[in-house]
Design a protein around this ligand. Structure first.
Ligand code: BEZ
Ligand code: FE
Length: 291
């Protein structure tokens, strides 16, 4: 046997497949050609047995069967393999001062419009959880305030559940649409979110267990910002000190997105007792910025 059995035939096979990739759209040709090239390289390197390959195909079939109108196991698979974060990385370059983007995740849903400074925690967590204020300013990358920016905020509660996963929470709980005024300032009252596991009752959970990985995401608040004349931003605010910051199951943590939730008893933000304050400024990139 040679050191690399069948390699000439594999070369010829790959060339033949790449030759067959045509069609009118050059981008489709580039994407499909790249996928074929990398899949063939994977087979050459790892030399799966036929039983292993069929098992992989069966896994993908089961990922598909696990999808419903409210659950997308393929996106979860992409998240857990770091592919969603890689796609985020190649698509969101910009000035060094911009707020970095991060993955959207599967728990976004339409949020209620609330006044600036609203309490967004309206379920049992309001009594149980640690009260917190998240505040900051939306500016451009030169620090100029952005008026009329719409912040779409969503988070899990103090036990790590979103409203859609928890019958005890009213619909729209821990979600808000907030619009900035002339000073670009934003703030809302909430409870400190908790770290939580991604869903593990499907094939992606099996994969995590098979490779010895935990399913936890560090505590975070999601924010999407839309403002005329600026690039839209989808990002997270991560809670400093969370034990899972260094091993996020979705590989979505960026240092600039970590905020301290610091104890405060100042008479600020209309709070009537001690609370945690997290300051997080958001710097948007102007549309047309070449960076
Ligand atoms: C989330 O933060 O909501 C999330 C992101 C990626 C995978 C699972 C959950
Ligand atoms: Fe989340």
């Amino acid at each position: 046997m040679t050191a690399n059995p069948g390699s000439e035939r594999l070369d010829a096979l790959l060339a033949q497949v790449l030759d067959s990739v045509g069609g009118p759209d050059p981008r489709v040709r580039e994407l499909v050609g790249g996928l074929v090239t990398h899949l063939h390289a994977f087979v050459r390197e790892t030399r799966p047995t036929e039983a292993e390959w069929l098992r992989a195909v069966d896994f993908l079939v089961r990922v598909g069967h696990t999808c419903t109108d409210t659950r997308n196991e393929f996106i979860l698979l992409s998240d857990m393999l770091g592919v969603t974060s890689a796609v985020d990385e190649v698509n969101h370059t910009g000035p060094a001062t911009m707020t970095p983007s991060s993955v959207e995740g599967p728990f976004h849903s339409p949020a209620p419009v609330r006044p600036m400074g609203a309490w967004i925690a309206e379920g049992p967590e309001r009594e149980r959880g640690e009260p917190a204020v998240v505040h900051g300013r939306v500016t451009d990358c030169d620090g100029v305030p952005v008026a009329g920016a719409v912040l779409d905020v969503w988070q899990a509660n103090d036990t790590g559940l979103y409203d859609s996963q928890d019958a005890e929470q009213p619909d729209g709980n821990l979600r808000a649409l907030l619009t900035t005024g002339d000073d670009g300032a934003y703030w809302f009252r909430t409870v400190k979110p908790s770290s939580y596991p991604v869903p593990t009752d499907g094939p992606v959970g099996e994969l995590l267990r098979a490779v010895g990985r935990h399913p936890m995401r560090p505590a975070h608040v999601h924010i999407k910002v839309a403002a005329a004349g600026h690039r839209p931003l989808t990002t997270h605010i991560f809670v400093a000190g969370d034990p899972y910051l260094g091993s996020d199951a979705a590989f979505a943590v960026k240092d600039a997105l970590i905020a301290d939730f610091l104890p405060s008893d100042q008479a600020r933000f209309g709070m009537d007792g001690p609370f945690l304050a997290a300051e997080f400024d958001i710097r948007l990139v102007k549309e047309g910025d070449p960076r």
